[in-house]
Design a protein around this ligand. Sequence first.
Ligand SMILES: C[S@@+](CC[C@H](N)C(=O)[O-])C[C@H]1O[C@@H](n2cnc3c(N)ncnc32)[C@H](O)[C@@H]1O
Length: 215
Amino acid sequence: MPRKKLIRFLENQQRKNLIEPGKEFFGKLKGKWNELYFSNKGEIVLELGCGKAEYTTQLALKEPARNFIGVDVKGARLWFGSNYSEKLTILNTAFLRCPIYKLDEHFGKDEVTEIWIPFPDPFPLKEGRRLTSPFYIKKYLNILRKSGIIHFKTDDSILFEYSLNSFTECGFKAIKHSYDIHNSDISGPAREIITNYENYFIKKNRKICYGMFGI
Ligand SMILES: C[S@@+](CC[C@H](N)C(=O)[O-])C[C@H]1O[C@@H](n2cnc3c(N)ncnc32)[C@H](O)[C@@H]1O
């Protein structure tokens, strides 16, 4: 393993804001994030497949009364958001290392108010692994409040079409959507916060699709 990655894994083990197997809070926060982990009782917002967790950290700075959790299976990526939050003492963040199909082992019914899914892997040949497949959307429905919202961004228009259908199939309505958010009248964090992958796609002149879904 490259030395830098190894150092990051060791740093992750020391970080209180990074919840991963073998650590104090791992597996013990279901239904209790606001009771045991956060210092405020604010709404909980998830960023799934967060990578460097730009939505988690930037939204947490803008909205200190709400709590933001970046979820990813890769510790080397979670290190970035965790490190940034620690350096800036952003207390309303957490970073959870787990596969997303296990979300309901970590969150209780109605515990989550909002979910962001920025630039998930498109898995062209493996529909079941897409984070916007009905399999995954049904998982989100187990933890999302009735009035909850899901935001989704991608540069892949085929995945976007597919996801519009999946959300509809699972009972969601598209509240807003655009095949080119940066040339649309949509404003706010969906447009303003640019993730690492989005930055790469914008440089390649790819159009960025965005959908906001509610029941
Ligand atoms: C294409 S990257 C996008 C990262 C970030 N959202 C961005 O926009 O820069 C997809 C991320 O999702 C994570 N991921 C993919 N499938 C996952 C799963 N089933 N459970 C947890 N994380 C997953 C990967 O580890 C990776 O960090």
